[in-house]
Design a protein around this ligand. Structure first.
Ligand SMILES: [Zn+2]
Length: 266
């Protein structure tokens, strides 16, 4: 058995006895990787603490004869505490990001750029003013989808390929089709098909966030209500394009948070 080492984030842990668990990691060098952590939950183990929202260095054995490898050691490199104002929102968006990665990442395909981007996202989530958390999350969601091959067409009609901006501006809204994979011009819409109506403002935001760096996203305030609409459009897009049917529990939690705050996120 060969000993391997990689930077990693924890996506989920499944406890299957009082002392052992299986941990699904997003590793920098091996992509999504499920490893058995024997004895890791016991009080004597220094790996016992749940290690969400931390970058870790995980050492593990990979066995050719068995399906999963085994955790040998875990060192915490950097922990994001989400202690600044707006902790619940930070935790909600951080959990949603991990859920999305768990749903979408293919097994054992290295994604070093996406890994670095995710760590960068968590560090912004930890330190940005809470007004910018929704736009940071939408930017992360768009980047995650496109780096895994699910690119949303937002500037050109996803049926005929014509530019959409003028039409969207004069009508004040645009139709978004999760099934077609993006916006659809009036001429290409079919009666009976399902469309999400986005305002021209929302479309402009999405287009901006699609190419924005996280540093730029962290200067764009958007309301929880608008973010909710954009995230819902992306969630439906993901359901069609990636064939992921699961609901994202952390996003339901954010929905409740939004309602409890009267929708303004403050
Ligand atoms: Zn068209």
């Amino acid at each position: 058995m060969a000993l391997q080492k990689s930077d990693a984030l924890v996506l989920k842990a499944y406890n299957w006895s009082e002392s052992s668990r299986t941990i699904v990691f997003f590793t920098r060098d091996f992509g999504r990787l499920a490893l058995i952590d024997k004895g890791g939950r016991s009080l004597k183990s220094r790996r016992g603490r749940m290690l969400a929202f931390s970058t870790l260095e995980v050492t593990f054995y990979q066995s050719r004869r068995e399906t999963s490898g085994y955790v040998s050691d875990i060192l915490v490199e950097q922990s994001f505490e989400f202690a600044r104002e707006g902790t619940l929102g930070r935790l909600g968006y951080g959990s949603a990001a991990c859920e999305l990665l768990l749903l979408l990442l293919p097994e054992e395909e290295p994604q070093p750029e996406l890994f670095d981007y995710t760590v960068h996202f968590l560090s912004w989530l930890d330190r940005a003013d809470k007004r910018y958390l929704p736009s940071l999350f939408v930017a992360f969601y768009l980047r995650l989808l496109s780096s895994l091959g699910y690119h949303t067409s937002l500037t050109h009609c996803s049926v005929c390929g014509e530019p959409i901006a003028d039409e969207a501006e004069s009508r004040g809204e645009v139709a978004f089709s999760p099934e077609q994979g993006g916006v659809v011009s009036a001429a290409c819409q079919k009666a009976g098909d399902y469309y999400i109506r986005l305002t021209y403002q929302s479309l402009k935001l999405l287009v901006t966030l699609q190419t924005a760096s996280l540093n730029e996203a962290a200067t764009l305030p958007i309301s929880f209500v608008e973010a909710g609409l954009l995230v819902e459009a992306l969630r439906r897009f993901m359901s069609y394009q990636a064939d992921v049917r699961a609901d994202i529990k952390s996003l339901e939690f954010l929905e409740k948070l939004k309602n409890s705050q009267g929708g303004n996120g403050n």
